[in-house]
Design a protein around this ligand. Structure first.
Ligand code: ASP
Length: 324
């Protein structure tokens, strides 16, 4: 497909629904109105899953899941989403067993898979890979993470989690903690939150601050944000604490990674200073940033967050395939 937000279909073609035939490449393509629409469909998916489990909405449709980087949640939730909607999946998670290991280019791999599938979910280590794939493809590409770039479907499920857990977004203070430099989920989530009246706190080691590209966008949109190296300064005002893992795979200097990986660890003690009603989120996997003793705290939303992801991804698949 052509880069978002365009698609083969005339824009504004609502006959088969919003996003029909569109790529999902960046959160920048969404308006608040789009988010309401997506979350409405996700709610319907949730009710369906809870009551029936599976329907035939996407019967006959095929998803190619093309993962050049490891994934547990994104990969299996897209697969479950497709199967719960009656469709099927070509899973390519070990690209080393595909022609990629023979040197096939990303555009050629995508052109191959779209001969067999109706939509492609792509995770790739390079920034901009999803846009490159979309430029070569005729079928919709869904960006499931392009290196340190974006992870738009994660940001959508993160926002859906905030709405489900706290009931609203405007007026909230959202604190993002950890590796803000390489963490693509926080890049996408901050951009998405810029559509709302929120206060953002970015807490990280000095070496892992939010990229200038993202903060410049926030400034242009007049988003209230501030940067910190300590959590205690902002925790008491925080409504959403979004913790991230230090992204080992993006470090050239592993000694630096080792020195930073546990710069912040959330324990039951940390949460004593937090609001009684707060959502503690994490895109997962966690590798020590949240102690397991925190899991029983009602504010720990990270396991529910994964489940919300299934409903959001079901909604997205139904929408790009013209069935929602
Ligand atoms: N699973 C998320 C991602 O793919 C977060 C992470 O890996 O730390 O970006």
């Amino acid at each position: 497909m052509t880069p978002s937000p365009s698609a083969h279909l005339p824009l504004g073609d609502q006959r088969t629904g919003r996003f029909y035939g569109h790529d999902i490449l960046s959160v920048s393509q969404f308006s608040r109105d789009d988010l309401e629409y997506i979350f409405g469909v996700a709610e319907a998916m949730r009710t369906m899953v809870q009551h029936v489990g599976t329907i035939d909405l996407l019967k006959g449709k095929i998803l190619a899941n093309l993962f050049y980087e490891p994934s547990t949640r994104t990969q299996s939730s897209f697969m479950a989403a497709m199967q719960r909607l009656g469709g099927s999946v070509i899973p390519i998670s070990e690209v080393r067993y595909s022609s990629v290991s023979k040197g096939e280019s990303l555009p050629d791999t995508v052109r191959t898979l779209e001969c067999y599938a109706d939509v492609i979910v792509l995770r790739h280590p390079e920034l901009g890979a999803a846009a490159q794939a979309a430029a070569a493809a005729r079928k919709p590409i869904i960006n499931a993470g392009d290196g340190p770039g974006e992870h738009p479907t994660q940001a959508l499920l993160d926002l859906f989690t905030i709405v489900e857990e706290l009931g609203h977004v405007d007026g909230l203070t959202v604190t993002m903690l950890g590796d803000l430099k390489f963490g693509r989920t926080v890049h996408s989530l901050s951009r998405l939150l810029s559509l709302f009246d929120v206060t953002l706190n970015f807490v990280s080691p000095a070496q892992l601050t939010m990229p200038e590209k993202v903060t410049a966008e926030l400034s242009r949109r007049a988003v209230k944000y501030s940067e910190h190296t300590r959590l205690d300064a902002v925790l008491p005002q925080t409504d959403v604490l979004y913790v991230t893992r230090v992204q080992k795979e993006r470090f050239e200097d592993l000694a630096l990674y080792e020195s930073l990986k546990h710069a912040f660890v959330i324990t039951p003690d940390t949460l004593k200073a937090a609001k009684p009603k707060m959502a503690l989120m994490h895109p997962l996997p966690r590798v020590g940033e949240i102690a397991t003793e925190v899991d029983a705290d009602p504010r720990a939303a990270y396991f529910r967050q994964m489940e919300y992801g299934l409903f959001v991804r079901m909604a997205l698949l139904a929408m790009v395939l013209g069935k929602a």
